[in-house]
Structures are given as C-alpha cells and as structure tokens.
Design a protein around this ligand. Structure first.
Ligand code: ATP
Ligand code: MG
Length: 558
C-alpha cells in the first residue's frame, strides 16, 4: 500500500487538492462546537481530524463557536470547550471565532438575498410552515407570502430586527424550491425572531440566523478550505453550496462528511449528557463515568491515549459502534509505558509476621517500572504488621491456588517469602487476621534470595500505609447504545461507582500523576477532591480488558 492509499478518504481528498494547487495549496479547517454543553469523545474525533489534517499540511484551524442559539448557550460552556481542546493537545492560536462575530455580515447577506428576490418574509405559523413543507414523498406547497415584493420584505425584515414583532410572528426564508426532493431545499428558514440577549453579541439583535445559513458563510469568511462535518449534514450540502453560490462566489469551501464516533456504553449527545447532569445522576459534566473530555481528564485518561484511539478508529463514511475496549486498550498501552508502579491494597486483610521483631522497620527497595530502570526505585517500609489483598488469601484453596493459604508460602513483592501459620476469625467466622512467619534469608535483591515460590502478592505496611478513598468505576449504562433510548434513565447501571477504603504505600499521598497499583490497574489522584490529608484516587482502567466479553455478548444481542 502506498502512503496515500493508507490514508483515510478525507486526507486523500486534501492531499489531491493540495497537489493540484486548489486554494493555492492552503489547508484551513475549523472545529465548530455549539457552546450548549461540554465536549465528548465524539468531538475528540472531529477535533483530532480538523486540527490533524491542517497540521499535516502546515495549515490552520479555527475554533469557532457556533453560537446561533442564544438562551441555550453559555460562557461556562465556552470556557470548558476551550480548556478541553487545549488539553487534548491542540492550539487554535489567534483563530478563536464565533458565528456571532459575523452577525453583521450575515444580516447584510440576508438583505442581499432579499434584494435578489431570493429570500422573503413568511408570516405563517411554525405549524403551518411544517405543514406546507410536505414530506419525503409529497412535495411542499408555496406559502401565500412567497411572492411578497422586495420592498415589503425589506421593510418587514427591518421591523423584525427592530423588535416590532413577537417571536414566531415572522421568519425570513430562502426562496429555493418547495418541490425539491431534498426537504432542506424547500425554502429553509434563514432568520427567526428571538427577543433575547446573546452571550457574545449582547442585546443588539432581535433576529438570529439559523445554523445552516450562518455555517457555510462563516466558513467562507474565514477562508476555510475543507469544512469537515458529520454525516447528518450530507443532505444539507446542497443548501450549503446554494448559499455560497448566491453570496460568496469567490471563496468556495468544500463540505465533506464523515461518520460520527459512537462509543459503546457511552453517551455522545450533549443534550442527553446535559439531562444526566441536570437530574443529578452524575456529579457534573466532569464525572469520571462520562465520556466527556472533562470526565475522561478527571478519570485520568492521558490525552495522548485519546489521540491514539482516534487515529486507530480512522475516518470513514460508515456508521458504526466502537467498543469501549478499544479506547481502554489505548489507555492501557499509554499508561503501561508511562505510569510508575506503586503498591496499594483495595480490600485489606491484616497479616502479622509473628517472628519479625516488634517495632522494627526495614526499607525495601522497589522498582518504579519493571522494564524502565531509568525511572528509578523508591523505598517501601516493611514492618511486623502488613495488609494484603483479602482475595489473595483462601482458606480452602484449590491445589492450583498459588497465593496465600493455610500452611502455604508466598512472596511479598520486593520483600520476603512468608508462610501462613494461623487464621484468626471473629465470632461470625470471618477471617480478620493471618499469623505468618517470614524467612529472613529471602529478602528481595539479597544474595541468598533465590529461593522460589509460585506466587507473588502485593502488600503495604500497616503502620505506614495511608488510608484513601478509591473510586472504582464501571460502565454507567447497562446497554451498549444508551443514546438510542429516549429515557436514558432506564438503562443506568446501579453499580457504576464503588467506593472502597484502601491502604496505600506512603509515597502515594503526594502522588500527582497516574500510577499503576501493581496487579490492580491504573489509578490517579482525583483532580478535584484529592489532598495529602485525605487522598482520593480514581481507577482509570483495569489491567486487563474486562469489557470485550461483555460487549461482544451485548452487541451480538444476548
Ligand atoms: P451533540 O449532539 O453532542 O450536541 P453536535 O453535533 O450537535 O453534537 P456540535 O457542538 O454541533 O455538537 O459539534 C461540533 C462538531 O463536532 C461538529 O462538526 C460535529 O459534526 C462534530 N461532532 C459532534 N459529535 C460527533 C461525533 N460523535 N463524532 C464525530 N464528530 C462529532
Ligand atoms: Mg449541533
């Protein structure tokens, strides 16, 4: 395969355009979010694509807020979106714009359309307009106002903007073709009355442009060469081109559609995410269970891993559902390489080393990374009382159980081999403590430590360990496509968050980055609630893919 053939179809188109000197070889793209919610993993695909292709051609990318819906949009979302794009690793430099920056030009363009006889003020109600529009199989019919004179249209449109009419009294529509097989071409609305201030444009306007009208023209004003958007806009492309044909014949951006990213068990709709946040089902837009960029950041997903995931899934025109395991594998790969190892016990069981001197502490030497010695070592305090993981002990263990069992031996990682001599239980028969003995000749790293046992388990010193709240996340939904259901609440997983009181090796109190808790998974201090006094950790991802089986079953429909 040549380099070009291995590229996605959008990159091939752009390569060809650059090669043929179209737009003087320039590549200018934009990422156009509506500031009505936080960004999600789907947006990451669009961001990586738009900034990615421009970067590959030394081009430019605009971050343009599509703020044509005052009332639904807010400054909070604007700053969250900026933070997320930056975090994902992209820089719009001085190219931060808003559709509202062009409200004057858009308004003038609307007047030009009226003057050309290509737009008119319609006074039908919203219901009537819908009725007149026709259906996929039946053509629409002309509004009785369609043939208003230019002068009357200009006058009415001016008075709409002057605030003389109530919302809904009139709209400005393009005059295209009420019989077009493409419903988008049946005299689409260009402007509607909204008597509401705008978060960016202030209280100047009583009419606001529709997305379709604002979008293509904004693209043209900014000199966008390739306007990359998702497939639902395919049917809007003739309209996109129509506006440009009428109004900006000189610079012609090209709209190209690609399929949305759908991630199994996750919601990728701002509207539905917003509902979850408002209902208090999650703790906020940055809840680590959400596939929002803010949630994934708080969860501890490295931005480079998200970019890697996006490049792996590619860009096509085919709708599909990506398994969560694919994303998690990118996370694991990134962290497996980068994250230092630490010891933590999530479900502690006390171990007393009865032959270890009272009051003695030794510093064990632990590697920070098994295959990257350059990451160095750290000291781990070892004492007479330890915690191990409760399920690393089994009283009635099968023969092949190589962790701790009565009479059995196990190696404590970076420390000694111990043997379990006595199991202490409470009145309910629950195991509360193990009494063990250690073999002083088996200290890890010492000369006579070559005695081998089959199992190695992790541990922390009871005296030195710090208590921490560790949050174990599971998928938020019980179905792979929660967004397809109108009531997302019906499909919530009641066990999506488990809080455990864990014991961590002391160095973790001051951790600031993602680490691997040996044998357990990758974890990071919670960016909001963690403190040295009260450590709080999030599980980023488990060590192994626990999803593939669940997802394969669910996606196969059983
Ligand atoms: P939502 O339904 O979540 O509100 P949207 O498409 O309305 O999504 P916008 O703010 O309009 O959100 O999206 C900004 C850009 O991101 C658009 O170009 C859109 O096509 C793209 N985008 C949105 N969702 C996805 C997705 N799931 N996969 C790829 N691109 C997406
Ligand atoms: Mg949208």
């Amino acid at each position: 395969m040549s380099e070009n053939e291995s590229k996605d179809f959008i990159r091939q188109i752009i390569d060809d355009d650059v090669a043929s000197g179209k737009h003087g070889g320039a590549v200018v793209t934009r990422f156009p979010p509506e500031p009505n919610g936080f960004l999600h993993i789907g947006h990451a695909k669009s961001i990586c694509l738009n900034f990615g292709v421009a970067g590959e051609h030394s081009g430019k990318t605009f971050l343009r807020f599509d703020d044509t819906n005052p009332g639904r949009e807010s400054e909070e979302y604007v700053s969250a979106i900026k933070e997320d794009v930056r975090w994902l690793g992209f820089d719009w430099e001085d190219r931060l714009t808003h559709a509202s920056d062009y409200f004057d030009e858009l308004y003038d363009s609307a007047i030009r359309l009226i003057e050309m006889g290509k737009a008119y003020v319609d006074s039908l109600s919203a219901d009537e307009i819908r009725e007149y529009r026709g259906t996929l199989t039946a053509p629409g019919k002309d509004s009785p106002h369609r043939n208003r004179e230019v002068a009357e249209n200009l006058d009415l449109f001016q008075r709409m903007q002057d605030g003389e009419f109530d919302e809904g009294a009139h709209v400005l529509r393009a005059k295209i073709d009420m019989a077009s097989p493409n419903i988008n071409m049946r005299d689409p609305t260009l402007y509607r009355i909204r008597k509401i201030a705008h978060q960016n444009a202030g209280d100047k306007w009583n009419v606001y442009p529709m997305y379709d009208f604002a979008h293509g023209l904004s693209d043209a004003y900014e000199g966008i060469t390739h306007s990359l958007c998702t497939l639902e806009f395919e049917d809007h492309r003739p309209l996109y081109d129509w506006f440009l044909d009428q109004l900006v014949p000189k610079h012609r951006p090209r709209q190209i559609e690609f399929s949305r990213l759908n991630l199994a068990y996750a919601l990728t709709s701002k509207r539905k995410l917003s509902a979850l946040v408002e209902m208090g089902v999650v703790k906020g837009w940055d809840d680590p269970r959400l596939a929002t960029l803010a949630g994934m950041r708080r969860r501890g997903y490295p931005p480079a891993a998200i970019r890697d995931f996006i490049s792996r899934i590619g860009v096509t025109k085919k709708d599909n559902m990506i398994e969560m395991g694919v994303l998690e594998n990118s996370i694991r790969e990134n962290l497996g390489d980068a994250a230092e190892r630490r010891m933590a016990v999530l479900n502690p069981l006390k171990v007393v080393i009865t032959n270890y001197p009272q009051g003695q502490t030794e510093q064990m030497v632990a590697m920070n990374h098994p295959i990257k010695p350059e990451l160095g070592t750290r000291e781990l305090p070892f004492g007479r009382e330890l915690f191990i993981e409760r399920d690393d002990f089994m009283e009635d263990a099968p023969r092949k159980f190589f962790r701790l069992k009565p009479g059995g031996e196990v190696r404590l990682r970076f420390a000694y081999i111990i043997q379990c001599n006595e199991v202490i239980k409470n009145d309910d028969g629950e195991v509360t403590e193990l009494h063990c003995s250690y073999d002083a000749d088996t200290r890890s790293g010492s000369d006579n430590s070559d005695r081998k046992v089959k199992g190695t388990i992790h541990w922390v010193s009871a005296e030195h360990a710090v208590s921490a709240e560790v949050r174990l996340y599971d998928r938020l939904f019980t179905v792979p496509d929660p967004g397809s259901d109108d009531n997302v609440m019906d499909n919530l997983n009641p066990d999506s968050l488990e809080n455990v009181n864990a014991r961590l090796e002391p160095s973790l109190a001051s951790a600031s980055e993602a680490v691997q808790f040996e044998r357990l998974g990758y974890f990071c201090p919670d960016s909001v609630e963690h403190s040295v006094e009260k450590p709080v950790f999030n599980r980023i991802v488990t060590l192994r893919d626990s999803w593939s089986k669940i997802e394969k079953q669910a996606l196969a429909g059983n």
